[in-house]
Design a protein around this ligand. Structure first.
Ligand SMILES: Cc1cc2nc3c(=O)[nH]c(=O)nc-3n(C[C@H](O)[C@H](O)[C@H](O)COP(=O)(O)OP(=O)(O)OC[C@H]3O[C@@H](n4cnc5c(N)ncnc54)[C@H](O)[C@@H]3O)c2cc1C
Length: 369
């Protein structure tokens, strides 16, 4: 996200991969006081994470004030595909997203996207991005904080205090990781507690880590971390519910210790996380010394920005029909943020295309009235 932002604004930078350079990793922890990436140093200022507001302030981003035909929220597989279809229909389109690539960026091996036997999420999303960069589409890296309809136009407000208007909307803002719900959790995020093993995993080389969760993502992370870390404790609230391929991989690793029917009750540490307590179904508690914990307990849809704007189901997903229409005329949705059960790249991309075609038809009808 940071690299995409700096490239977009023509800002030169040095990229230091702290997973490859342990001295740089130490320096990064020292100057930022935490272990998460990215850390950006602009002159003397240290910025932790992709702080789009601060970066926009530093590099003077100005937002256009046009009325777009279509505004797409999110640039994951669904949003980027919708963008390609909108551009091919010659629609004046804006994509607003916190990053380019979405959750797919976190996958280290995608084996079910047609056309590729195996590709990393980063490589696949780079191909999506390359394709969209050749088209006439504006992409703003920003966070949407509110959506409304005013004077017949959809109005989108962002955290950078931009207000953008469009005749139709496509919502593709995906999902985000669920948290553990224990005290101190926020304090240790980036200080030993991580929701992105792909981003932070290499910083735990030779360390003792835990992975919380019992689904595909948790097992995938545990297996990946078993090759980097000294030991991995897999903490599963009930029992493992993952595809046989991951269960088999887990069984082949001798440095993964599995705790089923157990949940995290407390996090300990000073500046950095140093241990967690887990409780089993009999109520017995044990404290485990750790350097890092990766949370992999599922996802929740990014629909809190909608605040009653369109109808949601009991899981807070946007309800759509088979053609990606939401409960409000002119608003379409696609991908993981919707009520469609399959949460996969190919499904998100396919529905992104459907949403764009429907939005185009909606605009054509509007114009002919
Ligand atoms: C570790 C991991 C491994 C996976 N492996 C596979 C796999 O092998 N095969 C497969 O098919 N699928 C896999 N998936 C699932 C796949 O990544 C998702 O189904 C897919 O990315 C969903 O696409 P999407 O566009 O709907 O949403 P997302 O990918 O979630 O994209 C949503 C976009 O919206 C942006 N956004 C969110 N909220 C806001 C806001 N308020 N303002 C602005 N922007 C916002 C986000 O930054 C993001 O860019 C994996 C997922 C994970 C996490």
């Amino acid at each position: 996200m940071v690299k995409a932002f700096l490239d977009k604004h023509g800002v030169p930078y040095d990229n230091i991969d702290v997973s490859e350079d342990s001295d740089a990793a130490k320096k990064m922890i020292e100057i930022s006081g935490q272990r998460g990436v990215p850390v950006i140093v602009v002159d003397d200022e240290v910025i932790v994470g992709f702080d789009s507001t601060r970066l926009s302030e530093l590099f003077n981003e100005t937002a256009p004030v046009d009325i777009y035909d279509i505004l797409i929220v999110g640039a994951g597989p669904a949003g980027l595909t919708a963008g390609v279809y909108c551009s091919r229909k010659m629609l004046n389109t804006l994509i607003i997203s916190e990053n380019i690539g979405g959750q797919a960026l976190q996958s280290w091996a995608i084996e079910n996207y047609m056309g590729y036997r195996m590709i990393t999420g980063e490589d696949l999303m780079k191909k999506f991005e390359d394709q969209i960069s050749t088209l006439n589409i504006r992409i703003e890296l920003d966070r949407v904080v509110g959506i409304s309809k005013e004077d017949g136009f959809f109005t989108v407000r962002t955290i950078s205090e931009n207000t953008l208007k469009a005749k139709a909307l496509i919502l593709t803002q995906g999902n985000r990781a669920k948290k553990l719900g224990v005290a101190n959790e926020e304090q240790y995020l980036g200080r030993g507690l991580s929701i992105c093993s792909t981003c932070d995993g290499p910083l735990y080389k030779g360390k003792k880590v835990a992975v919380v969760g019992g689904g595909n993502s948790a097992l995938q992370t545990a297996v990946e971390m078993s090759e980097i870390a000294q030991s991995v404790q897999l903490i599963v609230r009930s029992t493992i519910k993952a595809d046989p391929v991951y269960v088999k991989m887990l069984a082949s690793k001798n440095n993964i210790i599995v705790h089923q029917n157990s949940h995290v009750t407390a996090i300990y540490g000073d500046k950095f996380l140093s241990a967690v307590s887990i409780m089993n179904e009999s109520g017995e508690e044990q404290k485990i010394d750790l350097d890092g914990v990766f949370i992999e307990i599922g996802w929740q849809p990014n629909t809190d920005i909608l605040d009653g704007f369109v109808a949601l189901n009991e899981k807070k997903e946007i309800i759509i029909d088979v053609n990606c229409h939401t409960s409000m005329a002119g608003v379409f949705a696609a991908g993981d943020v919707t009520s469609v059960k399959g949460k996969q790249i190919i499904i998100a991309a396919g529905d992104g295309a459907k949403a764009a075609l429907e939005a185009h038809e909606y605009l054509m009808k509007m114009e002919s009235q």
